[in-house]
Design a protein around this ligand. Sequence first.
Ligand code: FE2
Length: 193
Amino acid sequence: MKVPSISKAELMLHEASVMNPGLWVKHNQVAAFCARRIAERCSDLDNDSAYVLGLLHDIGRRFGEGDLIHTLRGYKYMIESYYVDSARICLTHSFPYKDLQCYEGINDCTNNETEFLSRYIKRIDYNDYDRLIQLADAISDPEGPCIMEKRLVNVVMRKGFNEFTILKWKEFFTLKEYFEAKMRCTLDELFRF
Ligand SMILES: [Fe+2]
């Protein structure tokens, strides 16, 4: 996979945390931990890649405040470094439901950027790493792993909801069931929520 080494990824996140400090850094570290723990239970997933993908999924926040645009900023930043698999995760992690409108929060992208994002998401077939980070994102509070329902409600409390919220939530529960079957254990058992 085209992803940075663990030490390089940790350096990139550290640099980003200096540029734009915030809870998002801890959230990414927790997502990396969760992604690795889940990958360890799945024989076809690489543990280190899972960790790195989790660690860098919100790396677009290094450039400062931003809502939807953080996905595209992260994508471009990773593409420039030729880490294409990490780049795609910067985009796909926010769209378990394949419609841009399912994003809670503000669309602070230009029309061209929105068009690019929309086409990219629709065109791509999600693989298990896309699915893994979508799930890890949804169980990673800055304080540590948490039950998915808590995180989903938190996001809605912060950003509001729209007519796609329930569809998106259903996708999250499908992801949870998918990985629980793959791991042969529940997330509750794995993380002892
Ligand atoms: Fe995230």
